[in-house]
Design a protein. Sequence first.
Lengths: 137, 129
Amino acid sequence: MQYTGNMSQAWVLNSYAARQIVTLKYHEIRGPVPRNDANEEIQSSLYWCYYLDRTLSALLRRPVSLPEPLLSPVDLIVPDKSLPHMPLVRILLELAQVQGELLDCGKASTTREVLDNHSKLQERMDSIKSNLQSVCT
Amino acid sequence: MIETTSLDGIYTLQWPDHISQRTLEKMIAMLVNDESRGQIFYQYCICIYVKAIFHLAQMPRIYKNSTINRQFLKSKRLYESNAVHALKNLNFLGHPSLAFVQSLISAVCLNPLKKAIFFSNHFSLSRHS
């Protein structure tokens, strides 16, 4: 990749990662997952790819590349007490889930569906906001 | 004497990503021991260089000496160039693997705009910032 700041290239690279994850069936991981280095590497690759996929796709208004994992991305986070920012990663993943759902909002065919989606997302964002406030205090 | 704020906060600068400290150590050990060949070599290079780039990008928060920071910037540019070189050597038709996935995610992080969005500006990364 050229070091150009091109988000489109970032999206393309991440979509390659997503396709490899699908080929390797990492997105089909079910809990509880035994704790070992290999599984932790797989889980963190999966949720970072998910985060980048949903965020870049929302930014560029393109379809997502990674199917919804069987385990919620938030549940894939491996606790690491040496990294004080991990609670923020949890919030980033919750936001990424909302961004993924935003992309689906365009599929709503009736006003009722649009309003339902809107209020669901509003509730999610309120919950994320309160989580963020509790992390920051 | 190097003018710094506090060095004991250096680890609080580390933003979590898909390459843990243990994984990074394993990758570096493989390269140092010359145990990686072909695609694995390039995949590990990307992961390690990108990790180093992010680490160096945080250094001006600790070191206030402009000479030192110019050197950090020089090293950062060299690592960026090396990471891009390794990325160009990836075989996208090769077999999928965890290391390949990790290197692709690291390559996404090379994007400076992404860096600005995801790693620097949204949150204060340390008590020194």
